[in-house]
Design a protein around this ligand. Sequence first.
Ligand code: NAD
Ligand code: TYD
Length: 384
Amino acid sequence: MNTQSSDLSPHNSLLITGGAGFIGANFVHYWIKNYPDDRIVVLDALTYAGSKANLAPVESHPGFRFVHGDIRDYDLVVNLLGDEHIDTIVHFAAESHVDRSIHGPDAFVDSNIIGTHTLLKAAKTLWLDSPSSTSRTKSSALSPQSSSYRFHHISTDEVYGSLGLNDPGFSETTAYAPNSPYAASKAGSDFLVRAYYKTYGLPMTISNCSNNYGPYQHPEKLIPLLILNCLEGKPLPIYGDGLNIRDWLYVEDHCQGIDMILKKGRLGETYNVGGNCEKTNLEVVNTVCAILDKLKSLSPQSSALSTQSYSSLLTHIKDRPGHDRRYAIDASKITSELDYAPQESFETGMRKTVEWYLDNLDWCKNVIGEEYNKWIEQNYTQAG
Ligand code: NAD
Ligand code: TYD
């Protein structure tokens, strides 16, 4: 098996789309820590989900540049790829919240499908169509075995749909069956990336990952929402019976998986990345509450609760429409081909995460705007 498919040079020039969002920012921190001599250009539209504060720790790094712009802006992307001699695109930028996709799917089609297609077109123009680029992609016909360029597309396990309790986890050959507009838009973008490889030979890889958690995740997502609501003594809104299952992966472990795919992954391939860590939503709430009970016990004055555990704030609310019951990942391909293994357990990763939020309450205030408070009010207060 050929796992030496990447000819990435010792010093790369990376374009990180969506690098001001949760996983993108963690990836930028990870990359600069591990490869300080590389050039890192972040392209981000700074939607409600992105914040320059997420990149504050690296903004003075000599190889780092932030560009405020949209991945749908073809001219901007082509110029960036050329001016910065970009050889690697790691594409995180997307609308990413299932609940928002239910209320407003258009933005998901625009950014996730049209945006990804704009990036693909720009990469094809610069890397395949311009005369100077052809020697850098060793193409046998249209499917290159090896290239010094790489388009790595970040996707999700949600494209595979929902599993029954006893079904095996999603593998790379599981048929796509997306259920939410978010998942459908990610599925559409995955297909476009694949098509650019099959049709034009654009050197690409895809990773489909399970639910991430860790520092810098926007407070609209389950785990930060729970932490912040606990601290404010607010109800912890759980959809339906709370028995939906997700596979949880600490964000740095996801970054390491992407790194391995960039360095050793075979072109044209998809790799599923997971934590082998299935939890019901109730288990997640109880874990957050137990950690907070130890670190910052609920003061009797802060609420009129009958017990002193944050778990008494749990409130069941009306279920999400089309709510997928279970996600699970079969990670045997990335494990056996690339020797990938997550480093954090759920217990250690959750502890780090809760501690990070406790230490960064100013960051939370900074990213929560009026729009966010209205969104929460509208969407998480209907009784179950
Ligand atoms: P996020 O919502 O926190 O960040 C998305 C970033 O993309 C933001 O900084 C936003 O400003 C930027 N963005 C959105 N539209 C843009 C556009 N048109 N042009 C430029 N920038 C734009 O998302 P995340 O949780 O960090 O997810 C990153 C990627 O990982 C997404 O592609 C998502 O589908 C995928 N993913 C996420 C998870 C998860 O658990 N969060 C799991 C698997 C895969
Ligand atoms: P989420 O973080 O939105 O990720 P996804 O739906 O993409 O997996 O939600 C994770 C799980 O938590 C999902 O089953 C929905 C549930 N959930 C709640 O029960 N209450 C909430 O307030 C949120 C945000 C999510």
